[in-house]
Design a protein around this ligand. Structure first.
Ligand code: ADP
Ligand code: MG
Length: 452
């Protein structure tokens, strides 16, 4: 059945927009947009290019042999060693975090290594992209810029050009003429992701799709888009800060939980290959309210600084603010401190922050959080050169954590010489030269280290 959809076409440059605007975002002309109707008779089903016949498992080519390096080490790392051909990758994150920047940098590197790249820009005009590319010092003939928002047109172009890599920036700005809903709506995004999936699998190309995160943290619709794609990468960090963390939330072709660390400069995103160097400054011991822990993200360990500020409250309900560690975990740890170690903070505001905009969700951070809070409450710094690693149970017991050796080695490498660790981890840990280990079995013992 033929479906119709209202669009707005620029009489000056021919650009199609989903909404009426006074000024064309493509050519900058005023009052040139006129209403048009897009007729689509071809059903999406008929246009599907995937061959539905069953194939013997032994005949299928292994994906590991068809990985493509993106040329950005930290991006390849989060993708699991390069991007797998015919896959659909979603890059999510807050506006201004650097999604378009990393996509353009990746396009440049891929083009330099001989791949053809089609950059579909539904948000920014070709001129805006050109300005960014000049700032990032990217000049490449291998990148085709295509400002378009109608998915059927995009699919047609991809079928004609057959690029190795397609970047769609962003999923919220493109729409299918088959669906009578505004761009960015759940049904448009579902349809869009479906079409792009068909493009990736059927036309033998890699599709990267950019997605903005809505205020409540979803990438457009409750996890729907994340379920549909092969890989989800998520940009974390403060858009106003300099460090950006790219995290694998889901990966059908590799481990999830891997992170890539970048620094945002005017010349673009620069890889940080030694994250420990940016998350800590010095070995502590100077100020109260700071402790250091060694965390493991994916295959890599690095040290982070947990900071805390405990102050007398002026409210009937004391404030608990957590930037970095899990918020509900903070409440649990404060209750454990009060009940099991006698440190009462019910008349104090407690702020906990992980320096550098890093988010640590693993329970191994518990001991460092507790030590930072106690250090601030008692106004006594944690001993210089100390790392604190351990999970804390509701009974106040300090529970073992995984990858202890890797954590200790990273702490040692960055100059730390003393570690507070769970007693139950001590036996499984080989003797580590240069690191003095203090095994602890209860949170009370951890607080006693301040009076030593
Ligand atoms: N002229 C500039 N100099 C330095 N940094 C810039 C400049 N312009 C933009 N940026 C950085 O790039 C970021 C925007 O990146 P962008 O890739 O457009 O984000 P997104 O696509 O995720 O919305 C800004 O937050 C800023 O940090
Ligand atoms: Mg962008």
């Amino acid at each position: 059945m033929a479906k119709q959809r209202r669009i707005y076409r620029c009489s000056s440059c021919g650009q199609v927009h989903s909404q009426w605007m006074g000024k064309c975002a493509q050519c900058g002309e005023w009052n040139t947009l006129f209403e048009d109707v897009l007729q689509e008779t071809r059903s999406i089903q008929a246009a599907r290019t995937r061959n539905g016949a069953p194939v013997p498992l032994s005949d299928i080519v292994s994906a590991s042999s068809t990985r493509k390096k993106c040329g950005i080490g930290e991006l390849d790392r989060v993708l699991g060693g390069g991007v797998v051909e015919c896959s659909l990758v979603l890059i999510g994150g807050d506006p201004g975090i650097g999604k378009s920047t990393i996509m353009l940098q990746m396009a440049h590197n891929l083009a330099a290594s001989g791949s053809s790249v089609l950059y579909v820009s539904g948000e920014e005009s070709a001129v805006q992209l050109k300005l960014r590319s000049e700032r990032l010092d990217i000049v490449s003939d291998g990148i085709l810029i295509y400002p378009e928002v109608v998915l059927e047109e995009i699919r047609q172009q991809i079928a004609a050009i057959r690029p190795d890599v397609v970047i769609v920036d962003s999923i919220q700005s493109v729409f299918s003429s088959q669906v009578d809903a505004p761009p960015g709506s759940v049904s448009q995004i579902r349809e869009g992701a479906g079409i792009l999936m068909e493009v990736a699998k059927g036309m033998n190309t890699v599709v990267f799709v950019v997605g903005h995160v809505t205020k409540d943290g979803w990438i457009a619709g409750p996890k729907m888009l994340e379920h549909m794609v092969d890989t989800v990468l998520y940009f974390e960090g403060d858009a106003s800060g300099v460090y950006r963390i790219l995290r694998t939330v889901k990966n059908r072709f590799g481990t999830s939980g891997e992170i890539g660390v970048f620094e945002m400069k005017s010349s673009g995103l620069v890889e940080v290959s030694d994250p420990s160097s940016i998350f800590i400054h010095g070995l502590g011991g100077d100020v109260a309210g700071s402790s250091v822990m060694a965390t493991v993200e994916g295959s890599r360990a690095f040290v982070v600084e947990v900071q805390s500020l405990v102050s007398r409250t002026n409210y009937s309900m004391p404030k608990r603010i957590s930037i970095g560690p899990d918020h509900s975990r903070l409440s649990v740890l404060l209750a454990v401190l009060e009940k099991r170690a006698g440190l009462v903070l019910s008349h104090s505001d407690v702020v906990v922050n992980i320096a550098g905009g890093m988010r640590v969700s693993e329970p191994a951070v518990d001991l460092a959080v507790v030590m930072a809070i106690a250090s601030s409450a008692l106004d006594r710094p944690v001993k210089k050169g100390t790392v604190c690693i351990g999970e804390i149970g509701l009974g106040g017991e300090i529970r073992p954590v995984n990858h202890m050796e890797q954590r200790i080695k990273e702490a040692l490498r960055t100059g730390f010489t003393h570690a507070l660790i769970p007693a139950s981890n001590r036996n499984s840990l080989d003797f580590v030269k240069g690191m003095e280990l203090t095994p602890l079995s209860h949170v009370r013992e951890a607080l006693e280290t301040f009076s030593r």
